[in-house]
Design a protein around this ligand. Sequence first.
Ligand code: FAD
Length: 469
Amino acid sequence: GNTDLQCQVLVLGSGPGGYTAAFRAADLGLDAIMVERYPEIGGVCLNVGCIPSKALLHAAEVIDEAERFAQFGIAFGKPKIDLEGLRKYKSGTVGKLTQGLKGLAKQRKVRVVQGVGQFASAHELAVEGPDGRQVIGFEHAIIAAGSRAVRLSGFPWDDPRVMDSTGALELADIPKRLLVVGGGIIGLEMACVYDALGSKVTVVELADTLMLGADRDLVRPLEKRIRKRYENILLKSKVAEAKAVKAGIEVRFEGEAKDLPEKDVFDRVLVAVGRSPNGQQIGAEAAGVQVTDRGFIEVDSQQRTNVEHIFAIGDIVGQPMLAHKATHEGKVAAEVIAGHNKVHFDARAIPSVAYTHPEVAWMGVTEDDAKRDGIEYTKGVFPWAASGRALALGADDGMTKLLFDADGRVIGAGIVGPNAGDLIGEAMLALEMGADMEDIGLTVHPHPTLSETVAFAAEVAHGSITDIM
Ligand code: FAD
């Protein structure tokens, strides 16, 4: 064909899946090109996802902690919030990482081409970018085009007061009253940020519970805290209609929540009801790659699509839509292309974390799963009220829960409290290594740390700790 550029491995999308795959391919001696529509690489995760949200959540935590300490002898007074300064802190954090990525790409001689890519054939991608149109020929391709926020119909999306997560992260102002539509991880994280900054937050969620997928007992400490702080938590309810009026966004609610207002007007509305894969936007049909009605691309355990030399990774191949799943899949795809035929994506579990205050983290079999599917399990729960470190942190409502199979091996874990997301890493390692309750309980953990609660939960299951409180 008539191509402008040629490579062995073409990576479409520069998110955590894409850059990991491109870098791994280059490290294995392959010549890689990465195509990204935006001038910055890093995808959703670095630019408008994981990283900016965590920067803002840290700021929120500082505010929350300062407020909480007023009762323990240190009062800071009402925080003076300089939104411009906070935005700079957020973009500075993102900027360091995206600059770093550019350097890493350069070191490896991974070529980055800016523009919107569409397959032109099974061996060509047409890219429309600031420098015009180019056609890139490739031997192998890895599709890492990610996902985008679902834009619920019926909302006046042309009004800037209606936002998706990207809009919310921009921090245009601190709305007096914010409505968050969707009580999942992203909605609750952003609710946490705006609550700390001073907004009165209402959350509306269709399901009968917040953070669907996590066990009820894990979500309870979070729910208890936010029920106290937020204006309203409306479960089993939805926005039936939303329209822009002068005073704000007027919504009409429908559902079964107690005291559900029929109508209300909010200064801003964040719609966080899930993400939808970009499979229908990349001209997949020209390459013969099958895409489902919902926009997902199906792959085998080596990340291969129905087309032998085309792979797909990350959000576009399915749930859970998480950065750490994308990176691991990216490595697999690159290695298989490099000829490592025995490599498969074979994770026994993928951890989920909500970086709310308190944090909620879980992995593997949840108790709700086990009950529903009739999986036999032994449980060890260690309440943080019995942990000295948790008490010193004011986190006595935290909890560490481990689930074990009949042989005593770890099959799942759930943790709620500060740093739960970091702590779940130990449970993940235990699961992947096939550790049992004795292994974990006999491992000497540093005192006084929250990590001890993992060992204590194992000892509770084993029966070597009883009568905790
Ligand atoms: P993406 O990161 O979506 O990247 C895809 C890239 O491809 C994008 O840059 C896009 O511009 C580009 N692209 C798409 N189509 C084309 C095309 N045709 N041509 C050129 N370029 C194209 N996950 C976590 O694990 N932890 C978190 O804490 C976390 N927090 C999040 C917070 C928010 C607010 C959001 C929205 C998401 C969060 N996620 C988090 C999810 C995480 O961001 C995604 O799972 C991850 O980014 C998926 O990576 P990916 O490589 O599949 O694709």
